[in-house]
Ligand binder design. Structure first.
Ligand code: F6P
Length: 319
């Protein structure tokens, strides 16, 4: 394998740049030419190809976002576009592809692999919802951003005796909510995976207020309920002073944490080596502190389960 393509796809995540840097530099050391594809899968169709050398990735390790740009490309779901992408890569002498991204992005990886093109994915999404890997690039930074925000919000909640509803990202998964909730000391955590009742939440608030809890923090994943909707629901049952904070895209940006930089550097290296060893149709991730190759089919078809023990712990800690 002499020439490989590299793209980032789906939602950007802090640490994607560190992974790009790792692939480009390890590729260079191993004598492989790395072609950066701009704008995700779209760039495979428009041939937005750029040869990348070690100095092209200087000064990006500490930067959030992705210098390769990214997109959520619906058009790539069409088979004819997938064949076109393969044709475009073959025309340029590209014989392998590395895809940095989450679930949707690795579904693109799977379709190219099924058509016979060698692909390797690198697990990256702030949501951490990719099966087969304990962590995805970007999750750690996103959670730390959310914790910092909750710490600040707590100052105001405490000073004014307020109930705050903090909405974090996670359309289909509660990984950010559960970690940020526990580490941020939330009183209630709501995730899409676990059913909840507003009446029970209100009962808890009332019970806790009797125990002289004068401020309250609820962390909800956007996929469980939107903070504004929850606020309206709560007010149907109880007249308390509430505020809402929707953290939104601040969780996607910013300089990656030490963990994400390390993870991205290691996964980037493993992805290049995997292609060179003839591996294909896999995603590189981390399991029990070891870098692993996960069949892409399994990664995208299975649902990663939330650790319910953590949910129980959250309840215990909010006594
Ligand atoms: O996939 C990461 C993520 O940040 C989700 O948590 C969130 O629901 C979604 O992307 C938001 O996507 P967009 O920026 O395209 O609205």
């Amino acid at each position: 394998m002499k020439r490989i393509a590299l793209l980032t796809s789906g939602g950007d995540a802090p640490g994607m740049n560190a992974a790009v840097r790792s692939v480009v530099r390890v590729g260079y050391v191993k004598g492989v030419e790395v072609v950066g594809v701009y704008h995700g899968y779209q760039g495979l169709l428009t041939k937005d190809f750029h040869i990348m050398l070690p100095r092209d990735v200087s000064g990006i390790l500490e930067r959030g976002g992705t210098i390769l740009k990214t997109s959520r490309d619906i058009a790539f779901k069409e088979e004819k576009n997938q064949w076109k992408a393969i044709e475009n890569m073959k025309e340029e002498g590209i014989d392998g592809l590395i895809v940095i991204g989450g679930n949707g992005s690795q579904t693109g990886n799977l379709s190219l692999f099924k058509k016979g093109f060698p692909t390797i994915g690198i697990a990256s999404t702030i949501d951490n919802d990719l099966w087969g890997t304990d962590y995805t690039i970007g999750f750690d930074t996103a959670v730390n951003t959310a914790i910092n925000a909750i710490d600040k919000i707590r100052d105001t909640a405490e000073s004014h005796n307020l109930t705050f509803i903090v909405e974090v990202m996670g359309r289909n998964a509660g990984f950010i909510a559960i970690d940020a909730g526990i580490a941020g000391g939330a009183d209630i955590i709501l995730v899409p995976e676990i059913k909840f009742s507003v009446e029970k939440i209100v009962d808890n608030i009332k019970r806790d207020m009797e125990k002289r809890k004068l401020h309250y923090i609820i962390v909800c994943a956007e996929g469980a309920i939107h903070a504004r909707d929850l606020e309206k629901e709560i007010h149907k049952y109880v007249d308390i002073d509430t505020r809402v904070a929707v953290l939104g895209h601040i969780q996607r940006g910013g300089s990656p944490s030490r963990f994400d930089r390390m993870l991205a550097s290691e996964l980037g290296e493993r992805a290049v080596n995997a292609l060179l060893e003839g591996e294909k149709g896999k995603v590189v991730g981390i399991k029990h502190n070891r870098i692993v190759l996960i069949p892409v089919q399994d990664a995208v078809m299975n649902k990663k389960q939330l650790n319910t023990k953590l949910y129980k712990l959250a309840e215990e800690l909010s006594v």
